[in-house]
Write a protein that binds this ligand. Structure first.
Ligand SMILES: NC(=O)c1ccc[n+]([C@@H]2O[C@H](COP(=O)([O-])OP(=O)(O)OC[C@H]3O[C@@H](n4cnc5c(N)ncnc54)[C@H](OP(=O)(O)O)[C@@H]3O)[C@@H](O)[C@H]2O)c1
Length: 200
């Protein structure tokens, strides 16, 4: 299984730190030449591989860590996303709901990435929290996952565990997934709730 993070800003770098912490290789890409962010990648660890966008999207699992407004540009990188899993980390805060046809933003993203399996997740915490070691007081920091594809949710759940988090599956994008969606100028009820799960 190969991994990529598209977008290497605050949240992309927070995700990259989780991969590096666990010795897992991940490609990272932006609109820029990979050399321009090679030193930022190297500062996180040798597991972080800067690539051109066209190369990075060859990965099996792709974290979308760009502004919501930029997702159509990323989607143009491939004619079909069949066989790939997109993890939608975007928050469409401030985007008028009518611009989304009243749909949850993750459905709009799923539509743009034709053929992909989409999991909404890793988006409910600020980057300054997400970048921290998720092992907290003997428990594990929670990430929420929502998908209309149970297999994709299970796959990303296993990845979240490998990255040290405790995943909680919320069900479909228009079901529990609404709890981690921004809508217009309001946040879903679980956004910014920094929870830790303790196994007994
Ligand atoms: N910051 C947070 O605490 C936080 C928390 C949860 C979720 N989120 C969500 O995560 C997403 C990213 O937020 P951020 O704060 O990390 O933003 P950011 O710091 O502005 O980073 C955005 C990144 O996306 C890249 N990018 C822009 N357009 C692109 C394109 N067409 N193709 C490839 N890369 C592109 C940018 O690089 P170049 O412009 O140089 O190409 C930059 O590396 C947003 O949707 C945000 O709502 C953020």
């Amino acid at each position: 299984m190969s991994y990529a993070i598209i977008g290497f800003g605050k949240i992309g770098q927070a995700l990259a730190k989780a991969f590096a912490r666990n010795g897992m290789e991940v490609s990272v890409a932006t609109t820029r030449d990979p050399e321009s962010f090679a030193s930022a990648a190297a500062a996180i660890g040798p597991e972080i591989i800067p690539k051109k966008l066209a190369e990075a999207v060859k990965a099996d699992v792709i974290f979308l860590a760009v502004r919501f407004e930029s997702h159509p540009d990323v989607a143009k990188a491939l004619p079909t996303w069949q066989g790939k899993t997109i993890v939608d980390v975007t928050n469409a805060y401030g985007v008028p709901p009518e611009e989304l046809g009243g749909q949850p933003s993750s459905r709009v993203v799923a539509h743009a990435f034709t053929g992909a399996r989409l999991v909404k997740g890793f988006n409910h915490l600020g980057a300054a929290v997400l970048e921290q070691d998720p092992a907290v007081h003997g428990g594990r920091r929670v990430v929420f996952l929502a998908s209309d594809d149970d297999g994709a949710a299970a796959e990303i759940g296993a990845l979240a565990e490998n990255l040290g988090f405790s995943p909680i599956k919320l069900g479909g994008l228009s079901e529990g997934g609404l709890l981690v969606q921004a809508r217009g100028n309001s946040w879903g009820q679980l956004i910014f709730k920094d929870l830790v799960k303790f196994d007994r």
